[in-house]
Design a protein around this ligand. Structure first.
Ligand code: 13P
Length: 333
């Protein structure tokens, strides 16, 4: 396999110890859900203000190595006319881009979905690269339900799409983040989540290897292994940490460049505590850090409330949340 040094440079920048990746890649629709938390309508100028707060907050670059953007935000700029990409690059933060186009039902497989977005991906990557993007994200969605869900067939098809996306990204000098999100909602036990996540990651990495994706130029984004959101027994951070690391050791090749976590709808404090417990288990074959969206944005939104007079407080809340997660990624929270 031909080695691509550019990919490794990006990977090294993204996985700098003590830093994580901010997932600010919500679609315009999902950005609307964030805005509704602060009682603002989903209008372009409010989405711009929301994203401007996230990207311009002072000192986040001490804790954040990369930001995943959405198509409309990578093309957008601050109120003063500075492109968001330039704002991030000036801080030494690597701009990234979500390239999947969401999910659709997988015909014949009740409750299972497949991710869209491979059409024209080469051309889209070329344009995003010119705009400054150096890494990308593609999210597959895996739901745990009755005994037979997820099916191996759905896992395999999603893995093939992730592998094809990763091939196209690497050929465009863009580091792929592959994200098979095992959904937290549900009444499944921790053991079931561990079994499903292990199988999901095994199928994914077998497929990535089969299609000759360079694992040293690729980052895995995954869920922590958690009991379902409505499972009656609560689990401790130590139980989550042990189950999560057992899963990785059963399924993630040591050549994979690194692993980052989504927060999956856990409360921000819980996400940070679990990350800290994972880091406390000591050095692993891969760098491991955070790539949260909701768990980073929620405290900032609470402080903002959509009011101009709260903007500085909101930026400080964001900085403080990033710092907490930075410490947790080092097991020092
Ligand atoms: P959450 O941290 O809100 O789960 O989002 C991360 C993400 O990128 C989901 O695709």
């Amino acid at each position: 396999m031909k080695k691509n040094i550019k990919l490794y440079e990006t990977v090294a920048a993204l996985l700098e110890p003590g830093k994580g990746i901010l997932a600010a890649d919500e679609s315009d629709n999902t950005a609307g859900k964030r805005l509704s938390m602060v009682h603002l309508p989903n209008e372009p100028e409010h989405r711009r203000d929301f994203r401007e707060l996230l990207f311009t907050a002072p000192d986040i670059e001490k804790y954040i190595s990369g930001v995943i953007m959405y198509d409309s935000s990578i093309r957008n700029e601050t109120r003063d006319g500075i492109p968001f990409v330039d704002v991030l690059t000036a801080k030494g933060i690597v701009p990234g881009i979500k390239v999947d186009l969401g999910t659709k039902d997988l015909e014949g497989f009740k409750g299972e979905v497949i991710t869209q977005g491979l059409d024209n991906l080469e051309a889209r990557f070329a344009e995003y690269y010119d705009m400054g993007a150096r890494f990308a994200k593609w999210r597959a969605v895996i739901t745990i339900d009755e005994d037979e869900t997820p099916t191996d067939a759905a896992l395999k098809m999603n893995a093939i799409m992730l592998a094809r996306y990763a091939q196209i990204a690497q050929a465009a000098n863009i580091v792929p983040i592959v994200e098979p999100e095992v959904i937290h909602e549900g009444d499944h036990s921790l053991e079931r989540a561990e079994m499903v996540t292990t199988r999901t990651l095994q199928v994914l990495f077998q497929t990535l290897i089969e299609y000759k994706v360079d694992l040293s130029g690729l980052i895995l984004k995954t869920s922590m292994v958690l009991a379902g959101s409505t499972y009656p027994e609560q689990t401790t951070p130590e139980e989550v940490a042990n189950a999560t690391l057992r899963t990785f050791h059963m399924s993630v090749p040591h050549t994979c460049a690194g692993i980052v976590f989504l927060s999956g709808g856990q409360a921000p404090e819980r996400s940070t505590e679990n990350l800290n417990a994972i880091a406390k288990l000591g050095e692993q074959p891969w760098p491991i850090t955070f790539s949260f969206s909701r768990a980073i944005e929620e405290p900032m939104l609470k402080a903002w409330q959509g009011k101009p007079e709260n903007e500085e407080a909101a930026k400080e809340a964001l900085r403080a949340t990033c710092e907490k997660n930075s410490l947790a990624s080092l097991g020092k929270s």
